[in-house]
Design a protein around this ligand. Structure first.
Ligand SMILES: [Zn+2]
Length: 407
């Protein structure tokens, strides 16, 4: 996927000293991308960066195992609060039991294993098998890929609470087609640091994205002509889809959702998407980040005539540095908006009686127009309260008239 020199691969391979969990088997795409950034900009720090990743990998794997086991319950519990708050039926949400953060899911007890006198080599092999078992057992792909044609049906999960680690593993099972998972609300497991590395962005670029997110700025509103930046047609992502050139738009900031379907879509406000320009065309939509992730996993889609994956990766990075830079900035802005959405969601699920005033009084949220607008879309009655209070930035926010169309 990424062009990593062999000596760096060797350093990563050796970083965990032959002890499971191995760093090289557990690094995420974003980890590799951030390593690439260090290689390019601060090569003298590379070995410290690898050591840091190696020292965190046990904890990363432990958290991943807990998430794999508990994610369905975590999402169901949060979803029950939100769906209930909006007055819809929650009887289909199974929220029995407590979320357990206990990571002792080993097949055999330590006492039993030490009683059968394994050699160090046998023990190492066994530990490695246990780690694989733990990982594989919990990614319940039958639930996360079910019902792909009806993602917004009543029973489907929709809260985007899965981590990028989980998403990166789950999406392998659907051949990097994120849109095949059970909700359109997953984002590609590409961190802001990884986008920075891939698109050669500066700290100032990222600060601008953060400010844009705070202000709820929409660069490419859905109602206007989209940005044409040489995106591949959607037919190259999936056979049978539209072969016209795709244009970039962003979802607007939604008002209070008036039905369950809109409540499920509210988590994509500000999100960049690609759509063909033909009127009435129904097989023509993808999120920008879903396309980018698919292309990273299928580089030949960009240029079937390129001599190797390495060359296509370089060409892909060149695209990110030039014509796709603006789209990437819009995507990073959306990531920051999503962070606000999830912080607000967390406050509401912790206390379903929380008021608009209490949410807006949190330090991080003061004078953040996006927080006001999203809270108005999430809390019943908040829109009315906001309308009474003067809002300085009201005019700069691009509203969408709840017509999120297919996604
Ligand atoms: Zn079309």
């Amino acid at each position: 996927m990424l062009a990593i020199p062999a000596d760096v691969l060797l350093q990563v391979h050796d970083a965990t000293n032959g002890q499971a969990p191995f760093l090289i088997e557990n690094m995420s795409f974003s980890d590799w991308a951030s390593l690439l950034a260090v290689m390019k900009t601060r090569p003298q720090e590379l070995s410290d960066k690898i050591k840091e990743l190696a020292s965190n990998i046990v904890e990363v794997c432990k958290q991943a195992a807990i998430e794999n086991r508990e994610l369905n319950l975590i999402v169901a519990k949060a979803q029950k609060v939100i769906v209930d708050l909006h007055g819809y039926d929650t009887s289909h949400l199974d929220t029995v039991g407590q979320v357990s953060t206990n990571d002792t899911a080993d097949t055999f007890t330590d006492i039993y294993i030490s009683s059968i006198d394994l050699t160090p080599a046998e023990l190492e092999y066994f530990k490695r098998k246990e780690a694989i078992r733990r990982e594989a057992a919990h990614i319940d792909i039958t639930t996360s890929t079910r019902d792909t044609s009806h993602k917004f049906v009543k029973s489907s999960p929709f809260l985007p609470l899965a981590s990028s680690t989980w998403t990166e593993k789950a999406v392998q099972r659907v051949h990097n087609r994120l849109w095949k998972l059970d909700t359109f609300n997953y984002t590609a497991p590409i961190s802001v640091d990884a986008y920075m590395a891939l698109a050669g962005l500066t700290d100032a670029d990222i600060d601008n994205c953060r400010t844009a997110a705070q202000n709820g700025t929409i660069y490419f509103p859905a109602g206007r002509t989209g940005l044409d930046a040489d995106f591949p047609p959607i037919s190259s992502l999936e056979n049978g889809k539209c072969s016209q050139r795709l244009l970039l738009h962003q979802k607007g900031i939604q008002k209070f959702p008036t039905d369950l379907l809109k409540l499920k879509k509210v988590w994509n406000v500000g999100r960049p998407f690609l759509k063909c320009p033909c009127p009435g065309c129904e097989i023509n939509f993808t999120w920008l980040d879903h396309m980018i992730w698919y292309v990273i996993g299928n580089l030949e889609k960009l240029d079937p005539l390129a001599p190797s994956d390495k060359i296509t990766m370089l060409e892909f990075q060149a695209l990110l540095w030039t014509s796709w830079k603006k789209p990437i900035l819009a995507q990073i802005t959306f990531i920051f908006m999503r962070e606000y959405m999830l912080k607000i969601l967390h406050l509401v699920t912790q206390n379903k009686n929380i008021t608009l005033k209490e949410i807006l009084s949190f330090d991080d949220f003061k004078d953040v127009p996006f927080v006001r607008k999203f809270t108005a879309a999430l809390l019943p009655n908040a829109e009315g309260l906001l309308a009474q209070a003067p809002s300085r930035r009201n005019d700069s926010i691009d509203f969408e008239d709840n017509s999120l169309r297919r996604c």
